[in-house]
Design a protein around this ligand. Structure first.
Ligand SMILES: NC(=O)c1ccc[n+]([C@@H]2O[C@H](COP(=O)([O-])OP(=O)(O)OC[C@H]3O[C@@H](n4cnc5c(N)ncnc54)[C@H](O)[C@@H]3O)[C@@H](O)[C@H]2O)c1
Length: 377
């Protein structure tokens, strides 16, 4: 009989749904010592919160996260709110001895991240940040190939995260639906939102970043603010491109925008080493492209690995070889890894402490874009 782990979820938006789905499915597919119990969901609107609880099977609701983190029947707090609330909820949860699963980006900036990491370490509570792309089986396989040394010395790392949903000048900013366009709530624009994913994956696959040189642009300078009803200055970066140097001597190129007409969520990454290269594309997420220079000359070429066999990362838990999985499964994997880490008494990467590294790069990128100079991370 597995042991219950009582979850208190804060925020029932996009991520609230992906996480709830993961909690419900994880024990059907992974053999684990613990099983999540959907104990309570918290959001400010009681009726909407209750409707969400009914749909997903939460036992109870709260309208104030401060009450939720104090509840004795909650073991772990899952933070799925906009970014400006992550720190306060995490500090209060840690002070109440709760484990914490926090959505990315960890915080609005490095300083907040440091406070959060110190708080969970002082409280001695398990913690993790939902950088779920690490847990796409093809990306995990890329990590295994890189760590085996098969690519040899790494020369280049490049990543893009392209969207197109903010091109209209009529789109307002701020409020419940558009908090991502308000830096007071989001911290920054595409840099802290989309590039944070690319940076986390890059640090994991290719090691630390030492210096960055960035440019950002805000294409639409003023938008109506949903909360004030007034036309106000837009405070976020709409697009960001940066180059960087990694500690291993390789060069990095990163680009993100919400103005790439035709792209909805195109996250791609590529890494080039002396003996081989790897490429991955979120739109074809079960495939990993691999070029191995050691292949026989006349047969040498990019191979497309369908990462769906039972010896591929995570895949033995799902269907039969050859059948693929999707986006939502990355969250199931993160819950499975978190629960397993409790049994193993080991940290579940990325922890709060590890995720500060991404915040440092984000801060350096924004600093460089402002100063027009290279920034040290
Ligand atoms: N890992 C990923 O791929 C990924 C994808 C999207 C979003 N995110 C992150 O997840 C977090 C949430 O994003 P989202 O897309 O789910 O946003 P969302 O707007 O869909 O949901 C946010 C939720 O927070 C709730 N909320 C706001 N203020 C609150 C308060 N004071 N008390 C309780 N609840 C409150 C809202 O009611 C809403 O339910 C953000 O940090 C975001 O960066 C991560």
């Amino acid at each position: 009989m597995s042991k219950p782990l009582n979850i208190g979820l804060v925020g029932y938006g996009f991520m609230g749904r992906t996480h709830s789905n993961a909690y419900r499915k994880v024990n059907n597919f992974f053999e684990l010592e613990y099983h999540p119990v959907l104990k309570a969901v918290c959001a400010r609107d009681q009726a909407k919160c209750q409707a969400f609880a009914d749909t997903w099977g939460y036992e109870s609701t709260e309208t104030d996260w401060r009450k939720l983190v104090e509840r004795k029947d909650i073991d772990a707090i899952d933070i799925c709110t906009p970014n400006n609330l992550h720190k306060d909820i995490a500090l209060a949860a840690a002070a109440n001895g709760k484990m914490i699963l926090c959505e990315k980006p960890l915080s609005m900036n490095t300083a907040e991240g440091e406070e959060m990491a110190a708080a969970v370490e002082k409280a001695g509570v398990a913690n993790t940040v939902w950088y779920n792309y690490r847990r796409v089986p093809a990306v995990t396989l890329a990590k295994q190939i890189i760590d085996s040394g098969r690519l040899g010395k790494i020369f280049h790392y490049r990543a893009n995260f392209l969207q197109d949903w903010t091109i209209s000048a009529d789109l307002p900013q701020g409020g419940a639906a558009l908090w991502r366009l308000d830096a007071a709530v989001a911290g920054s624009g595409v840099t802290g939102d989309l590039l944070a994913h690319c940076i986390d994956t890059a640090l994991w696959l290719n090691g630390g970043i030492s210096t960055v040189n960035a440019m950002t642009e805000t294409f639409i300078k003023e938008r109506k603010h949903t909360l004030t009803g007034k036309v106000e200055k837009v405070s976020i970066d709409d697009a960001c491109a940066f180059m960087c140097r990694f500690d291993n001597g390789s060069l990095g190129l990163f680009e993100s925008t919400r103005y790439a007409r035709g792209h909805k969520a195109l996250y791609t990454l590529e890494i080039n080493g002396e003996n081989g290269s790897l490429k991955w594309d979120l739109h074809d997420l079960h495939r990993l492209q691999f070029f191995d220079y050691k292949d026989e000359g006349i047969l040498r070429g990019w191979r497309s690995i369908h990462v769906s066999d039972s010896d591929h990362p995570y895949m033995k838990h799902w269907w039969v070889p050859g059948l693929q999985i999707g986006y939502e499964h990355t969250f199931v994997h993160q819950v499975a890894d978190f629960l397993q880490s409790l049994s193993d008494k080991k940290p579940c990467s990325p922890t709060f402490r590890e995720s500060i590294e991404t915040q440092k790069v984000v801060d350096a990128v924004l600093g460089s874009a402002k100063s027009n100079l290279w920034s040290s991370v």
